[in-house]
Design a protein. Structure first.
Length: 267
């Protein structure tokens, strides 16, 4: 997506985000922070609240009780397991308006679907624990959460063994007003109809490739390749500018692609 100007707030956000994560340099982490109203600089953004966690950053939308996006980086180093999964789901006390709660999902028929997978955060006890904050959850049909979404997450992790770094931005596709979505719980958690991932890979030679994936919130038919789209298409559906820290000429070239090294690795 073409940009008017680079985000002035991003370096400050990244200092907060990655101050405790020594596994990557700040310049690399910039690529995992998309350009949305909360990060675009200038005026304040209502209903867009940045939440900095130990290993990922997200933008929470109170009107949807969902995060609009969550961004993080996977490398070979971050895939070294140093923590155990504890399933300690809990509300996020750092969201100023209050996040969704466990009771919102009770009896709903929807899974508490991770945006940032717990398996990607097992490099420390803190990052593993914070992946279970309810700000990182979104209502997913079990057939999606335990099916192709899980398969996609595993494929992306495997890419970190092939590439130097993999940058992931993921979330629900919030393309309608909150009131037009089905909701669950007393907090009115919007049930998304689609979920996306925008993925950027950097190889050992410094070359980039990128893809988008958009999956419906239901049992997915076919194979993962049926759900691969260009990053441009993911941007069009979400209204978010992914990987805006790239040089414009590189960004424009790779964000139009659906056939590249990353796409082949994910399929």
């Amino acid at each position: 997506m073409k940009k008017g100007k680079k985000c002035l707030h991003l370096p400050f956000l990244l200092l907060l985000f990655f101050s405790g994560a020594a596994f990557a340099q700040e310049a690399q982490q910039l690529l995992a922070v998309p350009r949305c109203p909360a990060t675009a600089g200038g005026e304040s953004a209502d209903d867009h609240e940045i939440r900095s966690c130990a290993g990922f950053l997200l933008c929470y939308r109170e009107s949807f009780e969902n995060a609009e996006w969550a961004g993080y980086v996977i490398t070979k180093e971050t895939l070294v397991k140093a923590a155990r999964r504890k399933n300690n789901f809990r509300p996020d006390p750092a969201v100023s308006t209050g996040s969704a709660g466990l009771a919102d999902y009770a009896g709903s028929g929807y899974d508490r679907g991770h945006l940032v997978p717990a398996a990607d955060m097992m490099w420390s006890e803190e990052s593993a624990s914070e992946s279970f904050l309810m700000s990182n959850m979104s209502p997913q049909k079990p057939q999606l959460n335990r099916g192709m979404w899980k398969q996609l997450e595993a494929k992306i992790r495997a890419c970190a063994q092939q590439f130097e770094a993999v940058f992931v931005i993921t979330g629900p596709v919030l393309e309608k007003p909150a009131a037009e979505y089905q909701s669950i719980g007393k907090n009115g958690v919007a049930v998304p109809e689609f979920f996306y991932k925008a993925v950027l890979a950097k190889d050992s030679s410094g070359n980039f490739s990128a893809i988008g994936c958009i999956l419906p919130n239901e049992k997915c038919k076919g194979t993962l390749s049926d759900y691969i789209v260009s990053v441009n298409e993911a941007e069009r559906r979400t209204g978010i500018d992914f990987f805006s820290a790239l040089d414009d000429s590189i960004e424009e070239e790779i964000e139009s692609q659906t056939e590249n090294a990353l796409a082949h690795a994910v399929q």
